[in-house]
Ligand binder design. Sequence first.
Ligand SMILES: *Cc1c(COP(=O)(O)O)cnc(C)c1O
Length: 439
Amino acid sequence: MKVKQLRNQAELNGRALRPESLMMSYGFRPEWSENAIKCPIFQTSTFVFSKAEEGKAFFELAYGLRQPEPGEEMGLIYSRLNNPSLEILEDRLTLWDGAEDAAAFASGMAAISTTLLALLRPGDVVLHSEPVYGGTDFFLKNVLPRYGITAEGFSPTLPAPELLACAAALGPKLAMIYVETPANPTNHLVDLDACAAAARRAGSAERPCRVVVDNTFLGPVFQHPLKHGADLVLYSATKFLGGHSDLIAGAALGSKALMKEVRAMRTFMGTMCDPNTGWMLMRSLETLKLRMERAAASARLIADWLRQHPQVTCTYYLGHLEHDAAQYDIYRRQCLSPGSMISFDIRGGEADAFAFLNRLQLIKLAVSLGGTESLAEHPATMTHSDIEPATQRDMGITSSMIRLSIGVEDPHDLMADLDQAFAGVEVPAEAQAQYDAVI
Ligand SMILES: *Cc1c(COP(=O)(O)O)cnc(C)c1O
């Protein structure tokens, strides 16, 4: 019943409506709540059953004691299991990625850790792109081994045939290929089609190998991993989905069958999102595309300006990949926009990077990304500081690298701020000549 209702809401005379047209109303009917145009915050821990038989029926479905009758949906029981402020949010989240089902979490790390624990067993190996988000890296390398699960990293630039060989060599132990693309902070792209092919070859019917993609950096507007063979997509909703640097949340999306396993683990770990945050995320989704497109348009202007700046030695930006045939090929197949994350190397080293960061005024010095305000940080000593210096170098993280998350401010104001910060760290001509000589 509810599914059919939802499908009707997504169409207009047979025309499939775009997600941005549906974010204000999909999944909610005003008559459910005194004709309120907005879905209220269902700030409640538990729900009243109309009669004991109803409570029994809801629990039978929740615990899988019987199959649902045709059209029967599980009713509301308790907010660790389900809550309307989350269910409507989850219905809306499925639209961007074209997923069958979605689950909202208390944080990106809650979505990641719950998903990994739901899908992995002792003896399994996870093959993952490197670098991945620091919290994920720690979970893969320090938490999962306690449960007999091991992790092996691969470079995003590993050619597809070598990735296939690597997956094949692991054989049936390989239970998951876990990918972050673009990689943070270097913006290296991982070929999702190649990962899906490797997983299909390594897995078997009894023990499939899953492809799980952390799509926080470009998704859900600019990259759709499920369309490239991924099984699950994960988000830190703290970033672009929330988009205002005022909440912590996460999400997982995929097929109904896989999401049933993830959702069950969420119920027992209690890692769901709370109703108030669910409501804030619904508000944010209404402007998601506007925000991401505006930030991406500004980022293009700023990245092009940085590339020709005399104090910038290198940009790491998805709009500047033409020189790298393999990466550019992945970009064209997989990404719909370069997005709004730019890293660059400033001429000089850590001291120059710090002097630059300390002079920024409009752009704030903070980690995190994907918010309305622009942020800058120094990956080598901040987000990626727990990675050994030698490994940082292998990953392409230099001491002169600065990472920018471009927000929705006027791009020319942002460039004026960057320009005045560069002016304050101008290297004396003599030192500059010396520096150029050693390079
Ligand atoms: C921030 C981030 C996470 C972790 O999300 P939290 O909401 O902080 O738990 C995971 N992956 C990526 C790519 C991130 O940027």
